[in-house]
Design a protein around this ligand. Structure first.
Ligand SMILES: O=C(O)CCC(=O)N[C@@H](CCC(=O)O)C(=O)O
Ligand SMILES: [Zn+2]
Length: 334
């Protein structure tokens, strides 16, 4: 196997490879761009016109998606997986990956869309670098741009694999992309209705990519991901990469759609979230339920019918999202 196929090993060891460019026997080019960043260019005669950004490890302890990207990189480096797409593999937060932590000082996934300019430190620099790498990768005109930012969640979930679809002014959510996700095993999609500071929001809003955060199960350490079944996603990614994607059924085939009702923002150290510690994502909350309390008598009461909760986390820093209240959603009529 080509040495650059060991992207995860290189990244965990903090090693810069001596040879930055290697070619597979079929003529695909692997180029190491920076720590945790590998670009794959197919032979010109086999280029389908798709630019595919696959990122994982934006949160360092979310290892199942990192292991998935590792299998894809190794498949390409061994010549088993023959790319017909340009691909950028990004391992988001190498230092946090080495330590098995979600982040070191700051959550990188709250530092995009310019947020990194308002702060300093390792993660701010890395967010700026990730934006640069993505912007350069997606700078070629007249190509199709697709970004999957792969994550696992802190807690269990009533819906195991789901996606968050960013929002941007003047753009509509694509039914075809939703069908593609459904075919990859995604069971539900949360349609965002305002801009955000996550990586997928950046590539969607600023770089014109179709972009998604994918939540693929519960976060566990390296080597302990037997409970996270990524077979369907991996098989669809392989077929996308090799230019053999099966026809995507236009029907969404049971895909559940949700909309954001409200983001619960933690304002102070007095913030209290009134949920059991082991509550699962997508748990339903009754109308009238006192969800949270914060400084100066602020009370978050569930007013929406059929509301559910995702990503409840009272430990986030003040000013950040401590939960999302969601309701059933739909695509606007075509
Ligand atoms: O389990 C949790 O509470 C968080 C899981 C996670 O890291 N989710 C992403 C979602 C990103 C998005 O909103 O698109 C995050 O919080 O960064
Ligand atoms: Zn994550």
């Amino acid at each position: 196997m080509l040495a650059l196929g060991k992207l995860l090993e290189l990244t965990l060891a903090g090693h810069e490879p001596a040879a930055k460019i290697q070619l597979t026997s079929e003529g695909a080019r692997l180029r190491w761009l920076a720590e945790g960043a590998l670009e794959v260019t197919p032979p010109a005669t086999a280029d389908s016109g798709l630019d595919l950004l696959l990122s994982a490890g934006i949160h360092g302890n979310e290892t199942a998606p990192i292991e998935l990207l590792e299998r894809l990189v190794q498949g390409i480096a061994r010549g088993e997986l023959k790319p017909q797409t340009r691909i950028l593999f990004l391992l988001g937060n190498p230092e946090a990956m080495r330590r098995g932590e979600r982040y070191m000082e700051q959550d990188i996934n709250r530092l995009f869309n310019g947020k990194h300019e308002q702060t300093s430190g390792f993660e701010a620099l890395r967010a700026a670098e990730l934006e640069r790498l993505a912007a350069t990768f997606f700078s070629k005109p007249e190509r199709t741009r697709l970004h999957y930012d792969l994550h696992t969640a802190i807690r269990g979930s009533k819906i195991e694999q789901f996606a968050l679809y960013p929002w941007a002014e003047g753009r509509t959510h694509s039914a075809r992309e939703l069908a593609r996700l459904r075919a990859a095993g995604i069971e539900a999609v949360l349609l965002q209705n305002k801009g955000s500071i996550t990586f997928s929001s950046y590539t969607y809003a600023k770089l014109g990519a179709e972009a998604f955060t994918l939540e693929l199960g519960k976060a566990r350490p390296f080597g302990q991901n037997q409970g996270v079944n990524l077979d369907l996603l991996e098989s669809r990614l392989r077929s996308l990469i090799s230019g053999e994607e099966p026809e995507v059924d236009a029907a969404l085939d049971g895909l559940q759609l949700f909309a954001v009702a409200r983001e619960v923002i933690k304002r102070s150290d007095e913030f209290r979230l009134h949920l059991p510690a082991d509550i699962e994502n997508f748990s339903e909350l009754p109308q009238g339920y006192l969800l949270a309390e914060d400084i100066a008598g602020t009370r978050w009461i569930v007013e929406e019918a059929d509301a559910r909760i995702i990503f409840p986390n009272p430990k986030v820093k003040n000013g950040l999202r401590a939960a999302i209240l969601i309701v059933p959603g739909s695509l606007p009529a075509a």
